[in-house]
Design a protein around this ligand. Structure first.
Ligand code: NAD
Ligand code: DAU
Length: 337
């Protein structure tokens, strides 16, 4: 099978390419990535020599380039490419609309023109909005969309476009809406790698507000196996929600676990200004479990231990991106004030 992966130099895309080539060594993967600030060539060094892997630098919004790639006989598209960081969408929403909405539209058009067998769209639980503090509610495939940030609104728009191509043009699509991923190769702008790398570089962990907002943490390898289950067994036109084993982990509890594993204390926490429209998430993965037999393997504690070990042993991987990420946060904090 010939698969087009978009955004394969990013966190989840790079993990997925590695995972897929291990599980399906005869498949061919073309990775189309614009190489934004979020991309890292170092994530692919162990894959580059694989003859079934090739890389194209370019924008998913470039219709001519996408057409040229599709003409090579792509059967499946797994669409990861996106502007993915909520805080950056507060700073400048325009690129989020351009890549996440218009870029997805260009891909859908090309997929319909060339009659691909599957277009799998990677989306997020953030499209569902926020769960109230104290509520035991979990998002599911039936939860109405209610996005809060320009990022989640752009992802919601792209989900609607994808579904419309199924209903209107019969494009064989599937969508997954998953919770917060963590694990190796994640950009150090995001909460878990930022916290770990702050401690590794002698800085404190920055906690937004009082740290009471909660998330549903999913190890990236579990996300990869969920996408695999959907590609192999998922029903065309369907959406699958994907989440982790533990629900409602507050940021402060997450931070305390990281501090404990890394032998640090609460003196290494700095409370900073809160994020506007700060959501809470928890996701039910009943449907994918019942219909496709998927379940996560990692519990949060062992996943964090593995992730902390990876960042400790791979300081070379994040040095440049870490510097840029912290420069971004200094700029963002000035805007917040
Ligand atoms: P990331 O920011 O780490 O990587 C995004 C990749 O896409 C980068 O390599 C970047 O260069 C590339 N890219 C950006 N704009 C592009 C464009 N116009 N054309 C081609 N390539 C482009 O993102 P991630 O965390 O790996 O997320 C991947 C996908 O999963 C996104 O669609 C995101 O919305 C979704 N998602 C992420 C999470 C999470 O916790 N990280 C959770 C749920 C869903
Ligand atoms: O839920 C899925 C989403 O998870 C994905 O769609 C997004 O692409 C991905 O970036 C992630 O979004 P979040 O906004 O939840 O992730 P982030 O790592 O930015 O923040 C996680 C939580 O930690 C959030 O409540 C904000 C808080 N936070 C974040 C940072 C970077 C802090 O308290 N301190 C920080 O330094």
């Amino acid at each position: 099978m010939k698969i087009l992966i978009t955004g394969g130099l990013g966190f989840i895309g790079s993990n997925f390419i590695r995972y897929w080539l291990q599980q399906h060594p005869n498949d061919e993967i073309i990775n189309l990535d614009k190489v934004t600030y979020a991309a890292n060539f170092k994530s692919m060094v162990d894959v580059e020599s694989n003859l079934n892997y090739s890389f194209v630098r370019g924008d998913i919004g470039d219709a001519q380039l996408v057409d040229k790639i599709m003409a090579q006989g792509i059967e499946t598209i797994v669409h990861f490419a996106a502007e993915s960081h909520v805080d950056r969408s507060i700073d400048d929403p325009s690129l989020f609309v351009k890549t996440n909405v218009l870029g997805t539209y260009v891909l859908l058009n090309a997929a319909a023109k060339y009659g691909v067998k599957r277009f799998h769209h990677i989306s997020t639980d953030e499209v569902f909005g926020s769960i109230d503090f104290g509520s035991k509610k979990q998002f599911s495939e039936n939860t109405p969309y209610d996005p809060s940030s320009p990022y989640s609104a752009s992802k919601a728009s792209s989900d609607h476009l994808v579904r419309s191509f199924y209903k209107t043009f019969g494009l064989p699509i599937t969508i997954s809406n998953c919770s917060n991923n963590y694990g190796p190769y994640q950009h150090p702008e995001k909460m878990i790698p930022r916290s770990i790398t702050n401690l590794l570089t002698g800085q404190k962990i920055k906690v937004y507000g009082k740290g009471l907002n909660f998330r549903d943490w999913l190890h990236v390898e579990d996300h990869c196996s969920a996408i695999e289950a959907i590609l192999l067994k998922g029903k065309i036109g369907e959406t699958y929600c994907v989440g982790g084993l533990k629900k409602g982990t507050s940021n402060i509890d997450l931070v305390k676990t990281i501090l404990e594993i890394m032998g640090k204390t609460e003196k290494d926490i700095e409370y900073v200004a809160d994020r506007p429209a700060h959501d809470n998430y928890a996701v039910s993965w009943d449907k994918i479990s019942k219909e496709l037999g998927w379940k996560p393997k990692y519990d949060l504690e062992s996943g964090l231990e593995q992730t902390i070990k990876w960042y400790t042993e791979n300081q070379d991987w994040y040095q440049d991106t870490k510097r840029e990420a912290e420069e971004f946060y200094i700029k963002l904090n000035k805007i917040k004030k």
